[in-house]
Ligand binder design. Structure first.
Ligand SMILES: Nc1ncnc2c1ncn2[C@@H]1O[C@H](COP(=O)(O)OP(=O)(O)OP(=O)(O)O)[C@@H](O)[C@H]1O
Ligand SMILES: [Mg+2]
Length: 270
């Protein structure tokens, strides 16, 4: 029965049929006590695409990515990564498969500078006088700057600035650079532009374009439909724990997506 339903949905969605699938969710569900945060979801994330996940507050967007990143492992259903069935029951599992998440707080240490934040947890060391192991602060700074400038595309003007006084866009660049350095193949961003000023938002959108150009798959959760329509290839609309709709950016409009998000509420109330 489940297989028939899945087959039918696949047939309904020819857009995904021949594309190279990076992550495949099948019947993935998650409950928190009495709350069905995620009702069984089928979704294919294509390799190299920028996929937007939109929907109202509490629709299940963050939960959907947290089951993929192992933060809240799914209760039921299966997740395939690169065609391989993976039990994502811990964040390390997702990381081992090249999935990195840029969280809202970005997990930077406020008092540390760029280099030390960049190499947090995998610090580079050298030996003083050939014997005493110490942090190689200069090399960490150099390598961090190189990755952020070359791959993220952000110029670093003052690498000695502690994270606490970096702008939101700079912090985001450090976090994304760190993910790329860890060889991320799929980068997830939850509301990357929400807390930023206009200029910083532009930088983040440029970073998303750059990730795509490097063949990295990107999943972006966003409430900002203008940004979604500028940087995403496809849009998934979530509502009340369901995947309500899936649209190609090229053949959809903001009005349609707004209608889906709002219309779903009207149907829900009816
Ligand atoms: N750790 C948790 N414990 C209990 N309930 C949770 C937890 N995380 C999420 N929920 C509930 O699951 C539902 C979906 O939440 P989720 O965070 O996925 O929504 P969202 O679409 O990301 O919303 P927003 O746009 O506000 O970030 C909500 O009802 C929420 O209260
Ligand atoms: Mg959320």
């Amino acid at each position: 029965m489940t297989t028939e339903v899945t087959q039918a949905r696949r047939a309904e969605a020819p857009v995904g049929a021949s594309a190279d699938v990076h992550v495949r969710f099948r019947g993935v569900a998650k409950r928190f006590g009495g709350v069905e945060a995620l009702k069984p979801i089928d979704l294919d994330v294509r390799r190299g695409e920028v996929l937007a996940i939109v929907g109202d507050n509490g629709a299940g967007k963050s939960t959907l990515i947290k089951v993929l990143t192992g933060v809240h492992p799914a209760d039921t259903g299966t997740i395939e990564i690169d065609g391989q069935m993976v039990k994502v029951d811990h964040p390390d599992v997702a990381k081992a498969h090249g999935i990195e998440t840029i969280y809202q707080d970005l997990a930077l240490v406020p008092t540390f500078d760029l280099g030390t934040n960049f190499f947090l947890g995998r610090e580079l060391r050298k030996r003083l006088f050939g014997v005493i192991p110490v942090l190689d602060v200069e090399r960490m700074r150099r390598e961090a700057i190189a990755v952020i400038q070359d791959r993220v595309g952000l110029a670093i003007t003052n690498p000695y600035t502690p994270a606490a006084v970096m702008s939101g866009g700079q912090r985001q660049a450090v976090a994304i650079g760190r993910a790329l350095y860890a060889d991320a193949k799929l980068v997830i961003m939850d509301e990357p532009t929400a807390a930023l000023g206009v200029e910083e938002q532009e930088k983040v959108l440029a970073i998303i374009d750059r990730l795509k150009a490097q063949g990295v798959t990107v999943i972006v959760i966003s409430h900002n439909l203008e940004h979604v329509f500028r940087s995403c290839d496809r849009i998934v609309v979530m509502h009340n724990g369901h995947k309500l709709a899936e649209r190609d950016r090229a053949t959809s409009t903001r009005a349609e997506i707004v209608g889906l998000i709002m219309g779903s509420d009207i149907r829900q109330e009816a």
